[in-house]
Ligand binder design. Structure first.
Ligand SMILES: [Zn+2]
Length: 305
């Protein structure tokens, strides 16, 4: 699909669902980080999770008329290392400590759960540009990301949540490379006056939701209508009203100014050490691999700031 859109539906007034298609962003992340297949899937799932959570919490953000910047960190102790995703108004990016880590298939599927690990915490930081960001944490459940995010919403935010994330990675014809052919996710949250019947009805769709990457592939021929049609397919029987649609793409918001700030926070002594030992510094953004060079006079200028 050429266009990536995000839907936000309100199912009568008993639940809400958010669906995202992150194929383009996931493909970009895999390329930037030179990711293994399993890590490409982890990055894609992470990007979907970040976009879904940001959209789910946007209601709080608009109350303050401030844009929300959400940072999701999964630190499960697996070989791929820590996964960090940032989703905001003009940013959607992800990074992994060891993006080339690869694991054998598990039951014929990419083993994202083992790559990320489940011995650690899920941390969600919601920054509204106020003095203190809101920080929530829960224990990791499986490292599969969708379950971890659903558990976070249910336990930390007290919102009953169903989450499914999927990434399909396929080899190229010559078998020498691979591509991300679909990536996306769906988040369903019940509203306070949700009936038991609706709750059971939604829970019964969990298996269908879990096939989100296949569904996105099936519906991709619908072009721009892909997500609205998929949403109506997933939640047939409900009155689906689409509230918002937005294009998603991989975008990093790093800048020379941010890098300068990072250098300044190192402190005078550390900067003097760098000047005397390296006569300059090169900082690499972990999210987009952009390089920022600082000369010795520039570093001296930062010390005086
Ligand atoms: Zn960057």
């Amino acid at each position: 699909m050429h266009m990536t859109i995000k839907n936000r539906q309100r199912l009568s007034a008993e639940a809400r669902a958010i669906i995202c298609d992150t194929r383009e962003a996931a493909a970009a992340a895999a390329l930037i980080h030179g990711a293994s297949k399993t890590c490409a899937a982890a990055l894609g799932r992470g990007l979907s999770a970040g976009a879904l959570l940001k959209s789910a919490f946007i209601k709080d953000a608009t109350a303050f008329a401030k844009p929300l910047r959400l940072t999701l960190t999964l630190n499960g102790g697996g070989p791929a290392g820590k996964l960090i995703v940032v989703a905001g108004e003009d940013v959607l990016k992800a990074t992994l400590d060891n993006p080339t880590a690869e694991l054998p298939l598990k039951n014929g599927k990419l083993d994202v759960g083992s790559a990320i690990g489940s011995d650690g915490r899920v941390t969600v930081v919601r920054d509204l540009g106020l003095k203190e960001p809101y920080v929530g944490q829960t224990e990791m459940l499986s490292g599969e990301i969708a379950e971890d995010v659903a558990m976070y919403c249910t336990a930390s935010e007290q919102i009953p949540t169903l989450c499914a994330l999927g990434v399909r990675v396929a080899d190229t014809e010559d078998g020498k490379a691979y591509g991300v052919v679909s990536s996306g996710g769906v988040l369903v949250q019940t509203l306070p006056d949700c009936s038991e019947e609706t709750l059971r009805n939604l829970e019964a769709r969990a298996e269908l939701l879990a096939s989100i990457s296949e569904l996105l592939l099936d519906y991709s021929r619908e072009g721009e209508e892909c997500l609205p049609k998929l949403a109506r397919g997933l939640f047939g029987g409900f009155d689906v009203e689409i509230m918002e649609q937005k294009r998603l793409e991989y975008r990093c918001d790093c800048s020379r100014e941010r890098m300068e700030k990072a250098l300044i926070t190192l402190g005078r002594d550390e900067l003097n050490d760098i000047i005397s030992s390296q006569h300059g510094a090169q900082l690499v953004c972990h999210f987009c691999e952009n390089r920022y060079d600082f000369t010795e006079p520039e570093l001296r200028g930062l010390i005086r700031m």
